[in-house]
Design a protein around this ligand. Structure first.
Ligand code: TYD
Length: 208
């Protein structure tokens, strides 16, 4: 049996990723394409427990290094628990955020070095680089205007607009650096328009 494809979705907070993933779930089920949906941080018992620590609004004193290491730890567990079993069973894996979020948020956003982020994520980068990464291109200014402000309880969304702007610039740079892996779609489009653009571009890459 051939290995399944691995597709990740990325973008700034509030870029419309969740809406897209719901549409993808309906589409793949209707097409009878064997798949799993998963998310980072999270996707299994241990990685969901790490997610709780990372996103808890009470953990404001967490250092940037600890944060980056916890994302990488959650990722290692998630790859073993969910991603590898599905890929080796020939299933398509759709993952809501992955290692590019660590570069965008922890390196570009928080200011950690890219070398440090690459080093602690080497396992993901060497063995589990996605076949395609969809970047829903919507600036944080546009995303936050749509959402009517940040969610008060979410530690990351408290980080402020300057932080989210750096994260956006990070995704933009990552997508430019790896155009063969990244699929950039226009986040200002309607949800249906975004879905159709993504579908066409993933088909072009033979990912579906
Ligand atoms: P979540 O509520 O799932 O947000 P979203 O729906 O926007 O994906 O929270 C995930 C948060 O974790 C999001 O703000 C991005 C952040 N994150 C990192 O900072 N680094 C990472 O490596 C990952 C996977 C996520």
């Amino acid at each position: 049996m051939s290995r399944g494809k691995f597709i990740t979705f990325e973008g700034c907070d509030g870029c419309g990723k969740s809406t897209q993933l719901k549409t993808w779930s309906e589409y793949l089920t209707a097409q009878g394409i064997e798949h799993i949906f998963t998310r980072e941080p999270g996707g299994g018992k241990i990685s969901e427990a790490i997610r709780e620590i990372l996103l808890n609004g009470k953990n404001m004193e967490m250092t940037d290094e600890c944060e980056a290491l916890l994302y990488a730890a959650a990722r290692a567990q998630h790859l073993a628990d969910r991603v590898e079993p599905a890929l080796s069973a020939g299933k398509l894996v759709i993952c809501d955020r992955y290692v590019d979020s660590s570069f965008a948020y922890q390196a570009y956003g928080r200011g950690l070095s890219k070398e440090f982020v690459a080093k602690i994520n080497a396992f993901a980068l060497e063995n589990y680089l996605p076949d395609a990464t969809v970047f829903i291109d919507l600036t944080p200014e546009e995303a936050f205007a749509r959402k009517h402000g940040a969610d008060e309880n979410d530690r990351l969304e408290k980080a402020g607009m300057a932080f989210h702007r750096r994260v956006y610039e990070g995704f933009d740079a990552l997508a430019k650096a790896e155009p063969e892996r990244f699929v950039r779609v226009n986040g200002k489009n309607t949800p249906q328009g975004i879905f159709e653009e993504t579908l066409a571009k993933l088909q072009e890459k033979n990912c579906l």
